[in-house]
Design a binder for this molecule. Structure first.
Ligand code: HEM
Length: 185
């Protein structure tokens, strides 16, 4: 009888899987933190703590995304199983590109909003990283609006992405989810 591994479709490499789940966890945590921290009348300490986590966590996401993109360019994703129709594969590919773009837009607009507003990013400041943007009200407002609008598109796309993953894992059971899931030894 063939073992499971022989029939299983090829998986993402361990580094790609670690980066995927690390970034997924951070993004899923940073979105509610961003929503909550902007609520008016929040206790000051809680608000400051959430801002600290959000800004610095956002920068970490940006750095991990650069690593992930570089790794993906060197090691392209494994081919999808033949059971996935070409149109479906194309839509999945476009969704993934859009996820990369929207996350980078969130990181860049968040950075610009904070820098142009004259606020600190504690982690970068502690490391002596120079501010790349000086105070500017117009840039601050534009970045704030971009951050708020892109958030809606990102949340919708993440919901579609998770929905598709769950559909493959529990309905189609075609091994697509297993490509990214941690391996069982
Ligand atoms: C993947 C990365 C990021 C995601 C998913 C994200 C998500 C969010 C969300 C959902 C909000 C609430 C927006 C609203 O209610 O209008 C928000 C607000 C905010 N984010 Fe981010 N963010 C990210 C990266 C960053 C970074 C890197 C910074 C700064 C270094 C940052 C700074 C801020 C600030 C200052 C606000 C408050 C906006 C305001 O009302 O002026 N974000 N973010």
């Amino acid at each position: 009888m063939p073992s499971k591994d022989i029939t299983a479709p090829p998986s993402y490499r361990p580094t790609a899987r670690v980066l995927h789940w690390l970034i997924a966890g951070l993004v899923l945590a940073i979105i509610p933190a961003g929503q909550i921290m902007t609520i008016k009348g929040l206790p000051r300490e809680l608000q400051d703590g959430l801002f600290l986590l959000h800004k610095n966590g956002g920068v970490v996401i940006g750095l991990l995304m650069v690593l992930r993109l570089g790794y993906r360019l060197i090691h392209p994703p494994p081919p999808l199983p033949p059971s996935v129709a070409p149109l479906q594969a194309k839509i999945a590919g476009l969704t993934h590109i859009l996820l990369y773009v929207l996350i980078f837009v969130m990181v860049a607009s968040g950075y610009l909003r904070v820098m142009a507003g004259g606020y600190p990013i504690e982690g970068l400041d502690a490391l002596g990283v120079p501010h790349l943007v000086s105070r500017h009200e117009g840039v601050e407002k534009a970045a704030q609006a971009t951050h708020a609008i892109t958030r809606i598109a990102l949340v919708a796309l993440i919901a579609a992405h998770i929905g598709a993953a769950v559909f493959h894992a529990f309905w189609l059971r075609d091994g697509v989810m297993a490509r990214m899931w941690p391996r069982r030894r």
